[in-house]
Ligand binder design. Structure first.
Ligand SMILES: Nc1ncnc2c1ncn2[C@@H]1O[C@H](COP(=O)(O)OP(=O)(O)OP(=O)(O)O)[C@@H](O)[C@H]1O
Length: 374
């Protein structure tokens, strides 16, 4: 093609800026390049491969659980990861891991998608359910607690359920389909909540290396818009989640300036956390015995106890419980708001205190749908 012909085709504004042959089918939000579908698939997969290699996400021989919700992100992740694993000989053993929260009309539908993916991609599937792990479905929890705080239960239980499922599969890592938009939203939410500890963690591509199972986000730099194979299913129990407002805000910013999503992630990455900032404790829950990478709560009869204080001079024993156990205990005792309600005693940002006649819990954070630190 001579220069004049090429310019003419470009002037039409419809030719793929990569192959210069086919009609452009979409405009990439990151680069604003107009490209054809075939080139899009190729660059999309190539970028994920680059992220995996440059960040040393996997080692040959590792067993990897893919958090498979049946939504668009994790479905695309399962497909792309199994493709790249074969094409580039990563040498990974891949598994689909699904958590059934027990949400009728939502997760039961998307689990059908995961079951289809099991067959299509030839990846073994493990499903763990809230009912079998905690004795409650989300439908039952919502009946007990209402719609306001149910996202806290769902987020805390899901996080632990994924860890437990990954342990059952004996996997070395868990990957999730969190994308660039999710991470930008989380950066904003953590800033809005003044949660510096989580802000530091939420932009890391791999987290929890000191916990039960490291988690990776291969889609950290991938725009939601570009994650195709779309199965848009918004959770029926989270219509008003605070995260939704952050999401809308990010979408508005993206309209004005498509790079805004990557810029917010970069801002989060560049925040420096002061060495005096107190980070959440990690360890083993003394109730369920499960290692948790989440913040632990100190529970003492009738006493307000702050995490990290010296307990030697206290007369009664301190029990360290993970968040899932505190929430579950509240549910089982008919106190569904236990571990959630904010009281006027709470003074620090993000510190919630819940009291009843037996127990007092400090430093407990109520969060809306989606963990703020994944
Ligand atoms: N029930 C679940 N079972 C297994 N993994 C899950 C489940 N829910 C969420 N995940 C994992 O966490 C990631 C982020 O979940 P989130 O609920 O934010 O959904 P999302 O951004 O809509 O992603 P998706 O489109 O994959 O559902 C998912 O991509 C998936 O890897």
């Amino acid at each position: 093609m001579d220069g004049g012909e090429e310019r003419r085709k470009r002037a039409v504004g419809r030719l793929c800026s990569i192959c210069h042959e086919k009609k452009a089918a979409l405009k990439r939000p990151k680069t604003l390049d107009q490209i054809c579908r075939e080139c899009f698939y190729a660059v999309f997969e190539e970028e994920i491969h680059k992220v995996i290699v440059e960040n040393n996400l996997f080692k040959p021989g590792e067993r990897i659980a893919i958090g498979a919700s049946g939504g668009k992100d994790s479905t695309v992740l399962a497909y792309v990861l199994s493709k790249l694993n074969q094409e580039h000989n990563y040498g990974l053993d891949l598994f689909l891991l699904s958590v059934d929260e027990g949400i009728t009309g939502y997760r039961d539908d998307s689990l059908e998608t995961v079951k289809r993916n099991e067959i299509q991609y030839g990846l073994p599937l493990k499903i763990v359910s809230y009912k079998e792990l905690y004795g409650w479905t989300m439908d039952e929890i919502v009946k007990a607690i209402g719609l306001k705080n149910n996202c806290t239960f769902c987020g805390v239980f899901r996080r632990q359920a994924l860890d437990r499922g990954a342990a059952l599969l004996r996997t070395d890592k868990l990957v999730t389909g969190h994308n660039a938009d999710d991470i930008a939203e989380t950066v904003l939410l953590n800033i809005l909540r003044g949660d510096i500890a989580r802000l530091g963690r939420c932009t890391q591509i791999t987290t929890g290396e000191d916990g039960p199972i490291p988690r990776c986000k291969p889609f950290k730099y991938t725009y939601e818009k570009e994650i195709l194979d779309y199965f848009s299913t918004e959770c029926i129990y989270s219509p008003n989640a605070y995260r939704g407002f952050a999401r809308e805000f990010i979408k508005d910013l993206e309209q004005i300036r498509p790079r805004a999503i990557l810029d917010i992630i970069r801002s989060g990455e560049n925040f420096r956390i002061s060495s005096s900032t107190k980070m959440p404790e990690q360890g083993t829950c003394e109730r369920c015995g499960y290692i948790s990478s989440q913040k632990f709560l100190d529970v003492v009869n009738d006493k307000v106890v702050k995490v990290g204080k010296d307990f030697m001079n206290k007369s009664r024993a301190v029990i360290k419980w993970c968040k899932a156990c505190v929430l579950l205990d509240g549910l089982n005792r008919g106190l569904p708001k236990f571990g959630i309600r904010r009281t006027k005693d709470s003074q620090k940002v993000g510190e919630h205190r819940v009291s009843n006649s037996e127990t007092t819990v400090a430093n407990f954070e109520s969060k809306q749908c989606g963990n703020l630190d994944f």
